[in-house]
Design a protein around this ligand. Structure first.
Ligand code: FAD
Ligand code: NAP
Length: 339
């Protein structure tokens, strides 16, 4: 079955930066069959295909001379329950946060720290989404993807996804795998991850001593609503840079000049630096050039005040990268996917 294609469609409503570029063609896929049909028609016309979910990790720097295939498949289900362990599955187009809420309503824990992340289930494995000390790799039970080179379906295990920090085999081979559905191993009893200070502190303020998974989710949602700009009000793609992992020696060198450097040891002589802290120290917090800027509360988030182009935001990102390299000797890597 083939869903209709539209020509020259503005992608402004389909990316959280709110960048106004056009797709040459645009269609949606609600099922595996529609995915296959769209890919086959595009191949026949020798058109490249850009697959998107919620557009919350994209920086579009130009019109997209391709078919943009928006994943709109829906469905979530319990696949198996064995004592404590429950395996659930969701289709790629399921919006992430409602899926997390659904899992909590079923009494399953494991996804609570990943509450209120925008986007879709199908894109979550792309960068092994993570927040507040949990990444999807911690609860991952498998996924089914379509190999766009051969048209074959393939099930991936945890090892085969090669998840890393905001990274995966899917991110490293862009355009090869189209993720159709993802499975998660959840639990009936909560194993709370409360290492991140603000979450513990918020629960304490609320007088919650033995938090449930829903309590943790609620606390994280309230922190995120205070700290992060809502893309519906101010265009953004969340953290624009990954936190750099550097040698302990470089981290100590930085500490000589900046005793307050925010650094988390990662073992094996490696240290993760908070990119937001570096950017703030360099004076970029609240910076604005035209409609492209750095958020006034959260230096890691670049924002579009209205009419910024992707190219303007990219230019600002490159200026910040150059400045951080010069000041601290640290290379910042962009997190969103650039087109
Ligand atoms: P898109 O932006 O649509 O796509 C991202 C990439 O995945 C693109 O390369 C696209 O081609 C590809 N893709 C999309 N769907 C598929 C599919 N089904 N199969 C194959 N490839 C696909 N990220 C975090 O990790 N942690 C956070 O805490 C976090 N917080 C955020 C907060 C805000 C306010 C915002 C705006 C973003 C945040 N993000 C965070 C980034 C983003 O929400 C996640 O990376 C999310 O998983 C992206 O999902 P999406 O559906 O919007 O993907
Ligand atoms: P924060 O709490 O102000 O902390 C700043 C940075 O320090 C974070 O990036 C985090 O790294 C790191 N950190 C804090 N406590 C840590 C601990 N106990 N152990 C190891 N590292 C620690 O961060 P924030 O900006 O408000 O974000 C909160 C969480 O949401 C973070 O996990 C962040 O990654 C996630 N988030 C991600 C995005 C995105 O787009 N990717 C957007 C918003 C929020 P990590 O980032 O490695 O966790």
């Amino acid at each position: 079955m083939t869903a209709a294609w539209q020509e020259r469609v503005s992608l402004k409503p389909f990316n959280t930066f709110g960048i106004d570029v056009d797709a040459r063609y645009f269609t949606q896929a609600h099922s595996d069959d529609e995915v296959r049909a769209a890919l086959a028609s595009a191949a026949q016309r020798q058109l490249p295909v850009l697959v998107i979910g919620g557009g919350s990790n994209l920086l579009l720097t130009q019109d997209v001379d391709a078919l943009v295939l928006h994943m709109a498949s829906r469905g979530r289900r319990v696949l198996s329950e064995q004592g404590e362990r429950v395996v659930v599955e969701a289709e790629a187009g399921e919006p992430w946060h409602p899926f997390v809420q659904w899992s909590l309503e079923q009494g399953f824990s494991g996804l609570e720290n990943l509450s209120l992340i925008p986007g879709t289930v199908g894109a979550a494995p792309m960068q092994n989404v993570g927040a507040y000390g949990v990444e999807i790799k911690d609860v991952f039970a498998g996924l089914t993807a379509l190999d766009r080179e051969t048209g074959e379906l393939r099930d991936f295990t945890l090892e085969e996804c090669a998840f890393g920090y905001r990274d995966s085999v899917f991110k490293r081979t862009p355009g090869r795998w189209l993720i159709l559905r993802v499975r998660f191993a959840l639990a009936r009893t909560l194993q709370a991850h409360l290492d991140y200070g603000p979450v513990r502190q918020r629960l304490q303020e609320q007088g919650v001593e033995q938090p449930s998974a829903q309590d943790i989710s609620d606390a994280i949602c309230s922190i995120r609503r205070e700290k992060l700009p809502d893309p519906l009000e101010l265009g953004n793609a969340g953290s624009f840079f990954k936190n750099p992992v550097v040698s302990a020696a470089l981290s100590e060198q930085i500490r000589v000049w900046y005793p307050g450097v925010v650094a988390y040891p990662q073992g094996e002589g490696q240290v993760k630096l908070a990119a937001g802290w570096l950017i703030e120290q360099a004076g970029w917090k609240g910076y604005r050039d035209g409609d492209a800027g750095v958020h006034r509360l959260q230096s890691l988030v670049l924002v579009n005040y209205g009419q910024a182009s992707g190219a303007q935001l990219h230019a600002l990102a490159r200026k910040i990268q150059a400045d951080i390299l010069e000041r601290f000797g640290v290379e910042l890597e962009m997190e969103p996917n650039l087109y």
